[in-house]
Design a protein around this ligand. Structure first.
Ligand SMILES: NC(=O)c1ccc[n+]([C@@H]2O[C@H](COP(=O)([O-])OP(=O)(O)OC[C@H]3O[C@@H](n4cnc5c(N)ncnc54)[C@H](O)[C@@H]3O)[C@@H](O)[C@H]2O)c1
Length: 323
């Protein structure tokens, strides 16, 4: 069955989903809403749909089966409310919000309507991560080290706490989410941040350009996650997971296992994780697929948001935050 999809937000990440959905024959991209009319028109011209600048008009006219919400982190709440009110399943980009109370309220409304949702935590969807889980099996993970070390994102909304939530909430959320996927629930968080370099280069920059958080998991595992947005032309993004005398170095879809007395081995993801997450979502919407294949429905992403916002709270208060 064809699944008629509308977009709210047609910027950078919407482009990645448009490319992925174009590879899924039943996914019909029929409507594109953006506050920037030229962007909405360009997307509509490419895929043959209708451009909108008013999402309410799109929701009432476009006969949609599902919506992709691809907005900056601060623009959440009213869009989700309207989509939920229309009874439509939706896929939303991470971070789902910068306000935990608002996101918690959204989760309750989704539950009340029993809607299918998906969130763009694509690291959970690398087939190499599936492989790693089978390798680890029941072995306890004692330690994990996560990093999102790189440059400063160019989008305007990234510079302010109120519009992006800062780097732990924004890009580095992928690493916290992957740590939760592999290690389980987080019970306590302690973080320290610094603003040491980029404020000299970017006027009005508020968010920290360096930070480290320590996480404790219910399993007893401990994990550090560090960010830097102050590097130039160099970076490191990933998670190192220690188990059974070995370390698995996860770098996007490439996972190298070292140690344990055996030769290092690298498993490279064969599947595009964005196509995979979009396929699971679209198949769940038309009823041909199992909704439990969606690895990050909204309530799951809410838990990751709670952990990353707890990092901010800890960095501000100097306290360990218990979850
Ligand atoms: N999963 C990933 O790896 C990944 C990668 C990049 C971005 N993202 C996330 O996707 C989200 C969007 O990021 P982006 O890079 O696409 O940002 P962007 O700034 O490129 O695009 C956002 C779009 O939303 C539009 N917009 C803003 N307010 C609007 C409104 N009221 N109505 C309609 N349109 C509106 C803007 O005009 C813009 O086109 C962020 O939360 C970001 O973290 C996820």
């Amino acid at each position: 069955m064809a699944v008629r999809i509308g977009f709210i937000g047609t910027g950078g990440i919407a482009g990645a989903h448009r490319k992925a959905l174009a590879q899924i024959p039943k996914a019909q991209m029929v409507a594109f809403c953006d506050a920037d009319e030229a962007r909405a028109k360009a997307a509509a011209e490419e895929h043959g749909g209708t451009p909108y600048t008013d999402y309410r008009a799109m929701l009432s006219e476009a006969r949609l089966d599902a919506v992709y919400i691809c907005l900056p982190p601060c623009f959440h709440g009213e869009f989700e409310d309207a989509v939920i009110e229309a009874g439509l399943p939706f896929f939303i980009e991470k971070p789902i919000d910068v306000d935990l109370a608002r996101a918690t309220a959204t989760a309750a409304k989704i539950a009340a309507k029993g809607l299918i949702t998906g969130v763009g935590y694509h690291w959970r969807h690398y087939d190499s991560v599936d492989w790693l889980q089978t390798v680890i099996g029941d072995q306890p993970i004692g330690l994990a080290l996560g990093y999102w070390l790189g440059g400063t994102p160019g989008v305007w909304w990234w510079r302010k706490w109120a519009t992006s939530g800062g780097q732990m909430v924004e890009q580095c959320t992928h690493i916290t989410d992957l740590a939760r996927w592999l290690l389980g629930e987080v019970t306590a968080v302690y973080a320290q941040y610094n603003l040491y370099r980029m404020h000299e280069k970017l006027e009005g920059l508020e968010v920290a350009d360096a930070g480290t958080a320590t996480l404790t998991f219910a399993s007893g595992a401990v994990c550090t996650i560090s960010t830097s947005c102050a590097l130039e032309g160099v970076g490191q993004v990933g998670l190192d997971v220690h188990f059974g005398g070995k370390v698995a170095e996860i770098r996007g879809g490439n996972i190298t296992i070292k140690g344990g007395g055996v030769e290092a081995f690298t498993n490279k993801a064969l599947l595009n994780p964005t196509v995979r997450e979009d396929t699971f979502f679209v198949d769940a919407v038309d009823g041909s697929g199992d909704p439990t294949l969606i690895r990050s429905p909204y309530p799951e992403a809410l838990k990751t948001l709670a952990v990353t916002l707890a990092m901010n709270e800890s960095a501000r208060s100097g306290q360990v935050i218990t979850l």
